[in-house]
Design a protein around this ligand. Structure first.
Ligand SMILES: [Zn+2]
Length: 406
């Protein structure tokens, strides 16, 4: 059973008829029970419809439901054969506030089928939030061959989802006001949260049970984009110009943060003047081509000796011209980088010596920051081997990594 209350019924009816998916309806009903979102969306939709159905006359009318009919419509003595899709279309055409005031309950029947693409989440909580997508994410992670004990799943959503959610919320709010019920937008469950509630477990399962947690050195970022509706945000640039400052580092001025700020600033009337409520139906779901894996940097520390009098500590380049063939930094970094399969490094040492100065005794301490390492743990034996590789390969320069604590 879904944890829904009597007051949710008008919200459910209104949103289903607007083209919202079952999970988005739960979000707008402020359902925080995670298990409710993990059910197959079709089952949730069926439960929502039954819940609304029972609400109106306290009896089940399976035959009417099969025809796309609800007790609501029956009560209003609508023709029984009126297709629900036609009604939904008529309803969406009338987006003006005055027209909406005159809407009868019968005109906001729930749709019988899950909408092809949800007007609010643009598909993020539909097909893209299920086993097939979990497999896709897991395959991408496996292909990168990272070693990790835990995983953090992060989600990036297109900024226009905020506009669409706001539009749906205004649609519901109006209804609530008419029925004197209070709804707070802050209580809505976020798309991002919902996605994680469903997908964390599914991805973990695909990866053999590795814990998907909220803090981890290894992050898998799923970026959703939806070019078809990118223009949804554009009206905000004129409606709230101060919120959108051009920033060279950003791909677009319409960042999620700027859009949220603008939506807080502009009045409902201004919003409704520029944007339809509920939002227009999209033709396609979000794209999820961009799945990025990233391991936070790890650090390796050690000491080095240098017995050569012709080896600089770091690459010696003057006016773009290289003066010496190699350097302490490069000779140590290459094998370390390949052992940890890292994408880059930063080398720091405790002080430095001139090119013709040797480093004797216990050696000079150094530390390496390894960027995006695909391996993070080397056994004691592997560490020893790594020291030997540095030593043997560069014996002419004679660099020895004396200690290499893991
Ligand atoms: Zn949705």
């Amino acid at each position: 059973m879904l944890p829904l209350k009597e007051k949710d019924k008008p919200i459910i009816r209104k949103l289903l008829s607007s083209g919202c998916c079952a999970r988005c309806v739960l979000r707008f009903c402020c359902v925080t029970l995670q298990a409710a979102y993990r059910k197959p969306p079709q089952d949730t939709l069926r439960e929502l419809r039954a819940f609304v159905h029972d609400a109106e006359n306290g009896e089940t009318r399976e035959s009417a439901e099969g025809n796309g009919e609800t007790p609501d419509a029956a009560a209003a003595a609508e023709p029984a054969g009126d297709p629900p899709s036609k009604r939904a279309k008529l309803e969406r055409v009338g987006t003006g506030a005055a027209e909406e005031e005159e809407e009868e309950d019968a005109a906001v029947e729930p749709k019988e089928e899950e909408p092809s693409v949800c007007v609010s989440c643009l598909g993020v909580l539909q097909e893209l939030c299920g086993p097939t997508h979990a497999v896709k994410i897991a395959e991408r992670v496996k292909a990168e061959k990272y070693e990790f004990d835990t995983l953090l799943l992060s989600v990036s959503l297109p900024a226009q989802l905020c506009v669409r959610e706001h539009s749906c919320w205004l649609h519901v709010k109006k209804e609530m006001r008419e029925k004197s019920l209070a709804v707070d937008k802050d209580d809505l469950v976020q798309v991002k949260e919902t996605f994680k509630w469903v997908m964390q477990g599914a991805v973990a399962q695909e990866l053999g049970g590795v814990p998907v947690v909220i803090r981890s050195l290894f992050e898998v970022g799923v970026e959703f984009t939806h070019p078809e509706t990118d223009a949804d945000c554009h009206f905000l640039a004129t409606a709230c110009a101060s919120c959108f400052k051009s920033n060279r580092n950003k791909r677009s001025v319409f960042t999620r943060m700027a859009v949220v700020k603008a939506l807080e600033k502009i009045s409902d009337a201004v919003f409704l003047k520029h944007y339809s409520s509920p939002p227009a139906a999209p033709t396609s779901s979000c794209s999820t081509e961009n799945i990025q894996c990233l391991h936070l940097a790890i650090f390796v520390a050690g000491r080095y000796n240098k017995f050569s009098r012709s080896l600089p500590q770091t690459p010696w380049v003057i006016d773009g011209e290289r003066r010496m063939e190699s350097s302490v930094e490069e000779l140590i970094a290459a094998p370390v980088l390949s052992s940890f399969r890292a994408d880059g490094f930063n080398f720091s040492s405790s002080g430095r010596e001139d090119v013709d100065v040797r480093t004797l005794g216990n050696g000079r301490p150094f530390a390496m920051e390894l960027l995006d390492p695909h391996r993070t743990k080397l056994s004691h034996v592997e560490m020893k081997q790594l020291q030997e590789v540095v030593f043997i390969t560069h014996s002419q320069s004679i660099i020895i990594i004396i200690s290499f604590p893991s």
